[in-house]
Design a protein around this ligand. Structure first.
Ligand SMILES: Cc1cc2nc3c(=O)[nH]c(=O)nc-3n(C[C@H](O)[C@H](O)[C@H](O)COP(=O)(O)OP(=O)(O)OC[C@H]3O[C@@H](n4cnc5c(N)ncnc54)[C@H](O)[C@@H]3O)c2cc1C
Length: 374
């Protein structure tokens, strides 16, 4: 008998949908509450590492992800400045195993569509336009109040509701995301034939300029700078100006920004909930529990891994006991902490303009951690 038969999941991001699929596969009654009106239809690209692909293979959706996305195994380093000289091409570590690509770029709405379809096929119900508002725990039930005034009850409630998790505050956890001092511009543009992997440019007017192919026709490009209060209306002008300092594909990227490509700006944040990620029968996963700046692109992988481990513990349990959620937290916390701390450290070294920082050593330590299957 699993830890719960009826499970509510707040949030249909990567973490929520992976969990919904695995629990519904095991015959549990799963309901996902999502505040948006439908699956996300807008967004930029996302870079997924092999350990995220390992979970997607477990779900059986790897073929669709490989078809829609763009896998690659190397990382280029280029010089800032108009010449964009290729300094070196490094082999990316295949952290998902030798039989999976090291890295894959994909358009976020494509990933959302694949995972949504998977969760529905497994039998999970997804209720869109249903913002979670508050909860009450009473014996064996968690009763949830929704913003439309209705209520729903579950034997277990999972807060997979991202960075600014309302479920997290509802259970009295006050740890939450703090700015790390950096901001990122992202633009989603057509892929020129020469972009076949991520290239990073360190230096110039941004700390990092980079791009990642997201499919045969598309890519996204990003520039990391000091955090500023930016007016979204001014975004294309500011990003195009920064882009103009870089060579190679950046001229193509800049032309598309000038021509109206979607541009957005986000501050980097980080946090990890101190102590257990649960209270009673309510538990957090993914960005609700921990978040990191995308300096090593592990956020989605961590959310997917949290979901896989939580599903395993719920399904293997003999009824509900605190130890089910404790085991989940004990299995996940050290790994998530390693990733959060390393991601923050990389950003700090950039902010401090440290030339002597052991970046390869740090990346190696994270790779060695996440290559071990969960
Ligand atoms: C600029 C930037 C770039 C990034 N790039 C990468 C990258 O390249 N690679 C990578 O692996 N990670 C990246 N990340 C991190 C990654 O996006 C997250 O770690 C990942 O999406 C977390 O997944 P999640 O399921 O925990 O939460 P989310 O994907 O945030 O999903 C949360 C869901 O909950 C819903 N929700 C929120 N509140 C409520 C409510 N009250 N009621 C109902 N529903 C609610 C939201 O609408 C959303 O659908 C990046 C993050 C940022 C900020």
């Amino acid at each position: 008998m699993p830890a719960a038969q009826k499970v509510g999941i707040v949030g249909s991001g990567v973490g929520g949908l992976v969990l919904a699929s695995l629990l519904a596969d095991a015959g549990l009654d799963v309901e996902v509450l999502e505040r948006t009106a439908g699956p996300s239809a807008l967004g930029s690209g996302i870079t997924l590492q092999g350990n995220a692909l390992r979970i997607f293979r477990q779900l059986g959706v790897l073929p669709q992800i490989l078809e829609k996305g763009y896998p690659f195994d190397t990382l280029g380093l280029r010089a800032p400045g108009p010449g964009a000289e290729l300094l070196t091409v490094l082999d990316d570590v295949r952290v998902g195993g030798d039989d999976l690509p090291a890295t894959l770029g994909i358009y976020r709405p494509e990933l959302a569509a694949i995972l949504t379809e998977r969760a529905r096929r497994a039998g999970a119900a997804i209720r869109y336009g249903t913002p979670f508002d508050s909860l009450q725990q009473d014996g064996e039930l968690v009763t949830v109040a929704l913003a439309d005034g209705t209520r729903a009850s579950y034997e277990l409630l999972v807060g997979a509701d991202g960075l600014n998790s309302t479920v997290r505050s509802a259970i009295g956890i006050t740890d939450g995301p703090r700015g790390t001092g950096m901001g990122i511009w992202r633009a989603f543009v057509p892929r020129p034939a020469e972009v076949t992997r991520t290239d990073l440019y360190y230096g110039g007017p941004a700390y990092i300029a980079g791009y990642c192919p997201t499919g045969p026709e598309t890519m996204y490009a990003y520039l990391v700078e000091d955090a500023h209060d930016r007016d979204p209306a001014d975004g294309p002008r500011v990003m195009a100006k920064l882009a103009g300092a870089y060579g190679g594909p950046w001229q193509h990227i800049r032309e598309h920004i000038d021509a109206g490509a979607r541009v957005n700006y986000t501050h980097f944040t980080a946090h990890i909930v101190s102590g257990p990620w649960y209270r009673g029968r309510v538990v957090l996963l993914g960005d609700a529990a921990h978040s990191c700046p995308p300096t090593i692109a592990q956020g989605a992988a961590m959310a997917a891994e949290d979901a896989a481990v939580l599903a395993e513990e719920i399904i293997a349990a003999q009824g509900f006991e605190d130890s089910v959620l404790l085991r989940y937290w004990e299995r996940r916390e050290p790994r998530a902490r390693t990733v959060v701390e390393a991601s923050v450290q990389l950003g700090e070294w950039m902010l401090q303009h440290r030339q002597d920082a052991d970046v390869p050593g740090l990346i190696h330590r994270v790779s060695e951690t996440v290559r071990v299957p969960v």
